[in-house]
Design a protein around this ligand. Structure first.
Ligand SMILES: C[S@@+](CC[C@H](N)C(=O)[O-])C[C@H]1O[C@@H](n2cnc3c(N)ncnc32)[C@H](O)[C@@H]1O
Length: 206
């Protein structure tokens, strides 16, 4: 058995005492991340009964769970992750690497020409520990998500994405500002203070 490190012990301790972990368990959400989307959605009402949305980097599925609770018969959820995801009623899931053209095409085919109201992306690569590499890999995925969003959102559609502050951040915010009417920067309460992740809500695609 691998030796427990001090930091893994600290992580476990934090996880066990984390109120959002407890709340997620209580409400049956697969991840504490559910509360980040719930907080942002509470304020901006992004998900409506008839919303057509894509959830990029969806596994284990808490954002899709939240969305599935909110949409009605006319809404649809298209989720994608490189990892498998346990099925969620009302969610059409594709497993594959978002960087691969064939996987993107599969997602596009599932849309059947429909334009989306909302794209939500919590996509984040596995961290290698090399901050330069991690930041570059993360922004590459964010750029792909942006390209997908501007291509497949309806005019007036919204795009919510997690990014990491650091190299490339300002340029990315500028990119969003050029394509959307408004870009809001949000740090939900469930996002840990020590994490430099931040959520950008780009509203009203031109
Ligand atoms: C923070 S998790 C998402 C959590 C999710 N929002 C939830 O509420 O359950 C980030 C996800 O991005 C996925 N991911 C990372 N790189 C990817 C890639 N190249 N293609 C597809 N998914 C990817 C990971 O597998 C991981 O499941």
């Amino acid at each position: 058995m691998p030796k427990r490190t001090k930091s893994s012990g600290a992580w476990l301790n934090e996880h066990v005492h984390d109120p959002y972990v407890k709340l997620a368990q209580k409400h049956g959400y697969r991840a504490r991340a559910a509360f980040k989307l719930l907080e942002i959605n509470e304020k901006y009402k992004l998900i409506q009964k008839d919303t057509l949305l894509a959830d990029l980097g969806s596994a284990p599925g808490s954002w899709s769970q939240v969305a599935a609770q909110m949409i009605g018969d006319k809404g649809r959820i298209f989720a994608l992750d490189i990892l498998p995801m346990e099925p969620i009623e009302g969610v059409e899931f594709i497993q594959g690497d978002f960087r691969e053209e064939t996987v993107l095409q599969q997602l596009v085919e599932t849309l059947q020409g429909q334009k989306l109201d909302l794209v939500i992306s919590d996509i984040a690569p596995n961290m290698t520990g090399n901050s330069v590499t991690d930041q570059a890999r993360s922004f590459y995925l964010c750029e792909l998500a942006y390209e997908f969003a501007i291509e497949h959102l309806k005019p007036g559609g919204h795009f919510l994405i997690k990014v990491f502050q650091g190299a490339g951040y300002q340029e990315y915010v500028s990119l969003l500002r050029a394509s959307f009417g408004q870009v809001l920067i949000r740090k939900p309460k469930a996002s840990r203070d020590r994490s430099n992740e931040i959520y950008l809500l780009a509203k009203d695609l031109h």
